[in-house]
Design a protein around this ligand. Structure first.
Ligand code: DGJ
Length: 366
């Protein structure tokens, strides 16, 4: 059988996953959108070799009717050849997420953006817009967030008592946690805007959308309400888990409860997964621990992966897929995808390894 004709009827976490051309799917740090009876998978288009994490092409997009078989729809957001553009070739684009705005009929993409040759220093969130789900998306801008604006959960009185950060300290992990807990990193960036790195979006049942991002040197999450057109952040935002060191946030809602999967902070290396729960997306969030149930190694590495999105499966009850990346920093294009069914015990999600599985797994929920 020609690879390009291969039809999948199961998920095989960690294996090569071929698209309609017989090529490994190239959409890392993915975000998913269900639109017009079709799933769309947006992700980082990576290249081979050490520099393959840089955005030399842009954001790729694939489509699927069944979640197993994916058609390459090309590049949704192109990097620019213009060397004066913030989005120029060679910058970093990570974890793109797309949502559809029913009021404006536009598709809106947000992503983590780092400027060319500046490592991860800029810590910006970027936004782009399109009339068509597969693009091309028009880049709008990238920026730090909430400059000069206090979150809903810090009063002016409390803010005024935060000490200035001491940048001369040797920066151990413990120091960073302490600085974040005291609000010192938040205060440092107050006027220039808060950092925004690993991010995701979540659209609630009432169509209000939220931007969730790792801020304050990745020590604290910020959850912000988006404007009605989804193109800007409103001033309504909260700091969540200061000093909690959460990356890779991925949120879903089951009935009236919000769950957030995330990871710890170890670069491209995997680490123990995390799970949190809330009755209101703007908090309070309660940390529930590691959702993985496997061998010690599996639990310590989240099955050798890092969360990127929780995909609600259409037409099936209580059916959610934990979608994660198994990064390959030495050859990024070869990064693999680990998709596992979200299982529940007493209404609390957990994950177990499945070598191969399919959507019939969820039939028992009917
Ligand atoms: C972990 C993040 O989750 C990834 O998206 C990426 O930013 C790497 N860190 C870079 O080391």
């Amino acid at each position: 059988m020609n690879c390009a004709n291969r039809r999948y009827s199961a998920f095989n976490p960690g294996d090569l996953w071929l698209d309609n051309h017989g090529e490994h799917i190239n959409a890392h740090g993915g975000g998913f959108l269900f639109y017009n009876k079709t799933y769309y998978w947006f992700g980082e288009h990576k290249l081979s070799g050490k520099d393959g994490n840089k955005a030399n092409v842009g954001v790729g997009v694939y489509s699927s009717k069944d979640l197993y078989n994916w058609k390459n729809e090309g590049i949704a957001l192109h990097v620019s050849k213009d060397t004066t553009s913030k989005l120029q070739k060679g910058c970093i684009i990570e974890r793109p997420k797309v949502i559809f705005n029913n009021k404006t009929n536009k598709f809106v993409m947000w992503f983590h953006h780092e400027l060319k040759d500046q490592g991860y220093k800029a810590a910006l969130t970027g936004v782009a817009i399109s009339d068509n789900v597969t693009g091309p998306y028009e880049y709008i801008d990238s920026f730090r967030i909430h400059a000069g604006i206090l979150p809903l959960n810090i009063s002016k009185e409390d803010f005024d008592t935060i000490p200035d950060i001491n940048e001369n300290l040797e920066l151990t992990k413990e120091k960073r946690i302490d600085q974040a807990k005291k609000g010192e990193i938040f205060k440092r960036d107050f006027m220039i805007g808060q950092m925004s790195r690993d991010m995701t979006l979540f659209v609630d049942d009432d169509e209000t959308a939220y931007h969730i991002t790792a801020s304050e040197e990745n020590q604290t999450l910020l959850i912000s309400k988006l404007s009605d057109d989804y193109l800007t952040l409103t001033n309504e935002y909260v700091r969540v888990f200061p000093g909690g060191r959460n990356e890779a946030p991925a949120i879903f809602k089951k009935y009236d409860t919000y769950f957030m999967f995330s990871s710890g902070l170890t670069g491209w290396k995997p680490n123990p997964g995390k799970l949190a729960v809330a009755d209101n997306i703007m908090g309070n969030w309660t940390f529930l621990g590691n959702p993985c149930r496997g061998t010690q190694e599996e639990n310590e590495t989240t099955f050798w992966s890092q969360s990127t999105y929780i995909i609600p499966v259409q037409g099936k009850k209580d059916a959610y897929i934990f979608a994660a990346d198994r990064w390959q920093p030495e050859n990024p294009i070869d990064g693999r995808y680990v998709w596992l069914p979200v299982k529940f015990e007493n209404n609390i999600p957990y994950l177990e390894w499945e070598k191969t599985w399919d959507l019939n797994f969820f039939n028992k929920n009917e």
